[in-house]
Write a protein that binds this ligand. Sequence first.
Ligand SMILES: [Zn+2]
Length: 249
Amino acid sequence: MLVKTAGLVLRETRIGEADKLLCILTATDGKITVKARGALRKGSRTGSATQLFAFSELTLFQGKSQYTLNEAAPVELFFSLRERVESMALAAYVCEVLEILSDADSGTEELLRLGLNTLYALSEQTAPEELIKAAFELRAAALAGYAPEVEGSCAACGAAEELYFSPAEGAVFCRLHLPGDRGVVCLRGGAADAMNYVLSCDARRLFSFRLGEKGMRALAAAAERYLVSSLGRGFRTLDYYHKLLSAEF
Ligand SMILES: [Zn+2]
């Protein structure tokens, strides 16, 4: 049976001489595995549409155990991502997060939209990279059902001054009610408001806020620690991204 859909290539694995196995996030069928025969052959018609980060229209043959690619046409390749090694590394992290979060069948349409908006922002540099990363992490966690409680006041007493975020609790506390976990982040410089914004704004306005240096540092720490803590795992691509950033100095 032939199926038409559109999807984002999250991962590609070479098989043999010219074939690829693709992990693709689609809006209609969730996350699927697709075999692309001959995609690595020189001059292949499906070459560009099946590369990593490509968003493409796909015609698939649905077999018993997997999909095989019949035709593919690229819609958006996010080509500028490839100009900067940091952007590519961050895009790879975005794709790894999307792959892990889309294990469940539900909610892939919003997750796909978030992924496409994030890759677009990284590709076109519409906002600072660390802002895009943090907003993506928080929003992705929320879409996966792990929305943190960030209402702008302490979860225990309601105090609104000197707030801290606990990644382990997924909530905001004042100094008095601060839990003992080591990853606690002081939400200075407007970071509490920024978290609130990211979790409640219109999807199209996700990267349309700005923070000063202190606030950005707090938001970045809170978002990354929260995603890692709520999923209970690290990411190979995130480790690589950090290694890349620290190698610059
Ligand atoms: Zn309190």
